[in-house]
Write a protein that binds this ligand. Sequence first.
Ligand SMILES: [Zn+2]
Length: 237
Amino acid sequence: MNKHLKQLIDLAEVDKKIDAFEPQIEEANYNYEVALAKTKSIESDIENLNNEIKEEDLKKAKNELHLAELSQKLEENTKKSSEVKTEREMKSLQLEEEIAKEQVTFANEEIARLEKIIDAKKEQIELAKKSLEELTEKLVSVKADVDEKLASINEERQKVFVEKEKLLAQVNQKGLAFYQKIRRWAKNSTVVPVEDQACMGCHMIISDKIYADVIKAEDITTCPHCGRILYMKAAEE
Ligand SMILES: [Zn+2]
């Protein structure tokens, strides 16, 4: 077989191996990213709940302020009632007092209702914090697991890189440029075998003449249909 063709076949194999590491790395990272995203989501839940509590607290404070105003008013009414002269004034004062008392009841109910909401939200926060704690603990072990996997993948990858460096030192520049130009679009099917006289890149039948060239392997032959580099997988069959 032509030396340059052999080198390109080997280079294609090495490039394929290098590309195969990517999904492995992604898969290793995936578990950690899922756990991390969960943590982030709980953290934002807690933040939202805290903001909601602040809003409810504000509403509660408004009601408390109203309550203070009402009690002041009721106090004033008591003072005034000792000074009333006519029955009309008395009735008007009584009406005012009734309304104020109703408002007091309403404000108290409203405060009780808001406190219930606040308590429920605080409980939710406690639960969220607990699961966050558990998750953070788990995250440490997930991270250690991922790091270990990545380290072993990296070690393997380093070996393949060394293999590629060796090949690149041998391969001739013209052949390499040719290979890289095809690889830009053909990716891992830059160098493909011929099976049943068909290019395994585009699956089109090649002519007898080109088929014979591929079998002889005296030169680098490309598929007339797609332009990929062709070779025979003779040794394995
Ligand atoms: Zn083809």
